[in-house]
Design a protein around this ligand. Structure first.
Ligand code: CP
Ligand code: NVA
Length: 307
């Protein structure tokens, strides 16, 4: 009997041991690619990419990555498929998963991707939901390790919205043994039930962003208004005005602290240009690493451990 299929819907879906393997594997796969070494473990395999929200990095990284592994992709959006015409998710999952080998979905509610996965014959990957963005945190932690070594025992400062990125950082902290210092405007904090954190032990809440950043090894933020919340834009601009990562905030972090942002960024809103374009910022490595870690993820989900 073949082993049960694995999905990647939340950061919680893998263990610390599996993450250690994935980070090592991502480094190997990245080296092969940089050396122009052909590596086609997914020849003849197809990945479906379903987008119900806009994307640049997620689309390019999955699409380029899948081709580099010898496979191919099918790209679907709500507007150009039956997904936007109320075909039940269960039916779409049954049909699509009979024709492809893995499915990546970017959508609104986490419940949609969970329903899809429950009716899929193949692995389903979360390419961002309102609640989580596990592939991004996979890339962020891989980037941290490349620059500074293990993230265990370190402190990550989260400045801004208690959103999908923040929730995923909290799950990662529990699994990988680091601490997140969270500072959000009032009314935009973490909802533990949504974040699905087990103990609450991986994070501390600070009213003031400066206190959250003090002594941090990594400072990170995200847009004030995530996709799907555009109607709240004006209200959020006012509420978040003091939650901008600027040079003063970076100064209270450790001198060797890194800055990360999943992108796209709004300079002058959640981050100042001199921070995101400054020497502590690793945002371009972070973006590139989406592709390398997702190649390791696809290999793991479809082929299991290969070494
Ligand atoms: N960071 C990220 O997921 O970017 P896209 O929205 O461009 O895919
Ligand atoms: N929190 C942002 C991340 C974009 C990659 C959003 O959901 O829009």
């Amino acid at each position: 009997m073949s082993p049960p299929i694995r999905h990647y819907l939340q950061f919680n879906d893998f263990t610390a041991d599996e993450y250690a393997y994935l980070f090592e594997r991502a480094a190997v796969i990245k080296r092969k690619f940089k050396a122009y070494e052909k590596y086609h473990p997914l020849a003849d395999r197809t990945l479906a990419l379903i987008f119900e929200k806009a994307s640049t990095r997620t689309r390019v990284s999955f699409e380029a990555g899948m081709y580099q592994l010898g496979g191919s992709v099918v790209h679907l959006t709500t507007g150009d498929s039956q997904l936007g015409r109320a075909e039940p998710i269960e039916d779409s999952a049954k049909v699509i998963s009979r024709m492809v080998d893995a499915v990546m979905i970017r959508t609104f509610g986490q419940d949609k991707i969970e329903t899809f996965a429950a009716h899929s014959r193949v692995p389903v990957i979360n390419g961002l939901t309102n609640e989580f963005h596990p592939c991004q945190i996979l890339a962020d932690i891989f980037t941290y390790i490349e620059h500074r070594g293990s993230i265990a025992g370190r402190t990550v400062a989260w400045v801004g919205d208690g959103n999908n990125m923040a929730n995923t950082w909290l799950q990662a902290a529990e699994i990988l043994g680091f601490t997140v210092h969270v500072s959000t405007p009032s009314g935009y904090g973490i909802d533990e039930a949504v974040a699905n954190v087990r103990s609450g032990a991986g994070y501390k809440v600070f009213k003031n962003p400066e206190d959250a950043c003090r002594g941090a090894d990594l400072v990170t933020t995200d847009v004030w208004t995530s996709m799907g919340y555009e109607a709240e834009n004006e209200e959020r601009r006012k509420a978040f005005a003091d939650w901008r990562v600027d040079a003063d905030l970076m100064k209270v972090a450790r001198p060797d602290a890194l800055f990360m942002h999943c992108l796209p960024a709004h300079r002058g809103e959640e981050v100042d240009a001199d921070v995101i374009d400054g020497p502590q910022s690793v945002v371009w490595d972070e973006a590139e690493n989406r592709m390398h870690v997702q190649k390791a993820l696809l290999e793991f989900l479809l082929r299991g451990r290969v070494d």
